[in-house]
Design a protein around this ligand. Structure first.
Ligand code: CP
Ligand code: NVA
Length: 302
């Protein structure tokens, strides 16, 4: 049966460990200048219904580094769901390429593509989840702190796609997760309930002190995600008390890591001083998108 990479919740702990090990090996190879054409002759189709810097470049460069090729498909190119249905797009692409990556709005579109494709489908972000991001972030934490064992990850801000993927990760990996968010901006209730059922240690609170107190890493993301632009004024008001700044960082452990999936809006969800300060690992996270996604592609096809 073909594999997909749609949600961290679909993976076993052993599979996550395999992906981390592969990513570390590919990263070390690259640093040592060793080529690794593990996907020579393979093609990745990348469907983008939303903008991207990191996801597009890391998948495309990653595929080239693995000896393969990536085709970028922008919204007007294929008109997913308008010019052609998602099932037909999946059936066509499956005849030509070995992998499909999709960044879209509705998570149901990712599931529909995966259902009808006979090749692996990778979730490059949906309104519900951003699993590539959070696996790259976990890899970054492992590199920075040796392991995830007993770490406390605090997230300040919107209970969005990135948070939902953190909840899934907390149900598989040995760290605790605390979110400080305003009322009405909690994570997906189904994802939260399943993560808790599966043993995740999760705190959802209004209190910055409770969430950030004793944290090993403080993470934030934009207040208005892609597709929510019409809500930006009301969101800016709701999230104003939830900015990651020096006062908030003082609640965390000394030298707690500052994390952000990027793009960042300095002066909104995070101050420039903190984002660009010595505790920030945001560009390590961005770099690890490359290594983890190469690992995911190799893992899916092996
Ligand atoms: N973090 C992230 O996914 O970045 P892009 O939106 O630029 O791909
Ligand atoms: N939550 C953000 C993440 C961007 C990488 C969004 O969906 O726009």
């Amino acid at each position: 049966m073909k594999r997909d990479f749609i949600s961290i919740a679909d993976l076993t702990r052993e599979q996550i460990a395999e992906i981390f090990a592969l990513a570390r090996r590919l990263k070390a190879d690259r640093q040592d200048g060793w080529p690794h054409p593990l996907l020579a002759g393979k093609t990745l189709a990348m469907i983008f219904e939303k903008p991207s810097l990191r996801t597009r470049v890391t998948f495309e460069a990653g595929m080239v580094q693995l000896g393969g090729y990536a085709v970028y498909l922008s919204p007007p190119d294929i008109g997913l769901g308008t010019r052609e249905t998602a099932p037909d797009v999946a059936r066509n692409l499956s005849r030509w390429v070995e992998l499909i990556m999709v960044r879209t709005f509705s998570h149901a579109v990712v599931l529909e593509l995966a259902h009808h494709a006979t090749v692996p489908v990778i979730n490059g972000l949906s309104d519900l989840l951003h699993p590539c991001q959070v696996l790259a972030d976990c890899l970054t934490l492992i590199e920075q702190r040796g392991s995830l064992d007993g770490l406390k990850v605090a997230f300040v801000g919107d209970g969005n796609n990135v948070v939902n993927s953190w909840l899934n990760a907390a149900s598989k990996l040995p760290f605790s997760f605390a979110l400080a968010c305003p009322p009405g901006y909690e994570p997906d209730s189904g994802v939260l309930a399943r993560a808790r059922q599966n043993g995740a240690q999760i705190t959802i609170t209004r209190s910055m002190e409770e969430a950030v107190g004793g944290a090993d890493a403080v993470y934030t993301d934009v207040w208005t995600s892609m597709g929510q632009e019409k809500e930006s004024v009301i969101r800016r008001e709701a999230f104003r008390p939830y900015q990651v700044n020096a006062t908030v960082m003082a609640l965390a452990k000394n030298n707690a890591l500052v994390m952000h999936c990027l793009p960042a809006h300095r002066g909104e969800e995070i101050t420039a001083e903190v984002l660009d300060g010595p505790q920030s690992v945001v560009f390590e996270q961005a770099e690890n998108r490359l290594h983890i996604q190469k690992a995911i592609m190799v893992w899916l096809l092996r």
